[in-house]
Design a protein around this ligand. Structure first.
Ligand code: MRU
Length: 365
């Protein structure tokens, strides 16, 4: 095994942070402003969290789940300790429902909110105690996501090509989680172990998560990063310059079909064509066993201006229409393996996913 480079920097990002006790605030790194400005956004109300998720100030499947869980805690912020419990429970349920409407595709959002809702539903005690219990649950979700990232990283390290290059799409790094990322976690740990590789980061139109966010966090960790336009993946693979593709996921159906950032499907087809291994890294909170196949995953449609405008300037003729789905679904048959906190899952995925994940409590119905 290569030597551990103790001095190799690890990514240091606090994407989602709760500050204070049960009446505290939610402090987010505002990802809309990166990489130019590193600014934080303080949320004191569920509505502010809803807007932060909708506008992608906080984004990435695991990160929005954690942010939403804390967002529910904000509903009871400053509520008197002796307020009637039933009223507080009703407000909790109503807020969870409200936050669930912020984005439709990433299942982590619903899994986290349903955990909070389920806890409140059966809670007995005072409003003051409910506030503490909700915050503890949100903290638990946060800690579990962090641990799952570390475990994904550990399992994924052997898949990182020493001396080669990997291609990634969108941002499935620290910024998309509350830990060291999903698809980028094996890369951070491999880099720390002295494995040397290059990361090609797709810029990821239209919102440029790859160019702005992935490149920002990888370069800070000292990992060689080359930003490419989305349309360059085929030529890179054809030239033999990519040894593996690592991407994250927003929702994975029981058969392994995977929703991720728009463009992932095309990459998976290219990888298959050129014989490049295609890995999807995701925690168990991203699997939705209630959905049999990818065609049932809801795909978010976003505002046309994201495509029409560049730097606030319209670049398309006014008569031109725009189509802007935020995600696509990759067929399970294009996926070489899933990297999860439980280990590497290989085909047939219906079996390996069921065997690995059916034990866990399902919160996403
Ligand atoms: O629209 P975004 O930026 O939230 O999309 C994020 C992605 O598609 C990520 O790849 C996915 O959430 C995995 S994050 C670990």
């Amino acid at each position: 095994m290569p030597p551990l480079c103790i001095n190799a920097p690890m990514v240091q990002v606090e994407t989602v942070k709760w500050t204070g006790g049960p009446d505290g605030v939610l402090d987010l790194l505002d990802q809309r402003l990166l990489p130019e400005c590193v600014e934080r956004l303080e949320c004191q109300t569920p509505h502010q969290v809803y807007e932060a998720i909708r506008t992608l100030a906080v984004r990435g499947a695991p990160a929005i789940g954690v942010a939403a869980a804390y967002g529910v805690c904000l509903a009871l912020r400053n509520k008197p300790a002796d307020a009637p419990l039933e009223e507080s429970k009703a407000l909790t349920a109503q807020t969870a429902l409200y936050l669930a409407a912020s984005r439709p595709t990433a299942v982590n959002l619903f899994t986290a909110l349903n955990r909070i809702r389920d806890l409140a539903q059966t809670f007995e005690g005072s409003t003051a105690q409910l506030k503490v219990a909700l915050l503890n649950e949100a903290n638990a979700i946060n800690c579990q996501e962090q641990q799952m990232c570390r475990d994904i990283g550990r399992h994924g390290v052997p898949l990182v090509p020493d001396g080669g290059a990997v291609l990634t799409h969108c941002n499935a790094g620290a910024l998309a989680t509350t830990g060291i990322g999903t698809a980028l976690a094996p890369l951070y740990l491999a880099h720390r172990q002295g494995i040397r590789f290059t990361v090609y980061a797709d810029e990821t139109r239209p919102l440029l998560q790859g160019a702005r966010l992935t490149a920002w966090e990888l370069t800070q960790a000292g990992i060689r990063t080359v930003v490419v336009c989305d349309s360059m993946a085929a030529t890179l693979m054809q030239a033999g310059r990519i040894q593996a593709v690592f991407v994250g996921a927003d929702r994975i159906a029981a058969n392994g079909d995977t929703a991720n950032k728009i463009g992932t499907l095309g990459l998976s087809i290219l990888a298959r064509h050129f014989g490049v291994p295609f890995y999807v890294a995701a925690p168990s909170s991203t699997f939705d066993l209630s959905i049999a196949a990818g065609s049932a995953i809801p795909i978010e449609q976003r505002h046309a201006d994201e495509i029409r405008c560049l730097n606030d300037k319209q670049i398309t003729p006014p008569q031109a229409e725009v189509y802007n789905p935020a995600f696509d679904v990759t067929d399970a048959q294009n996926i070489t393996a899933f990297i999860t906190e439980h280990g590497i899952l290989r085909p047939p995925f219906s079996t390996s996913i069921a065997q690995t994940l059916s034990q866990q409590k399902v919160h996403n119905e």
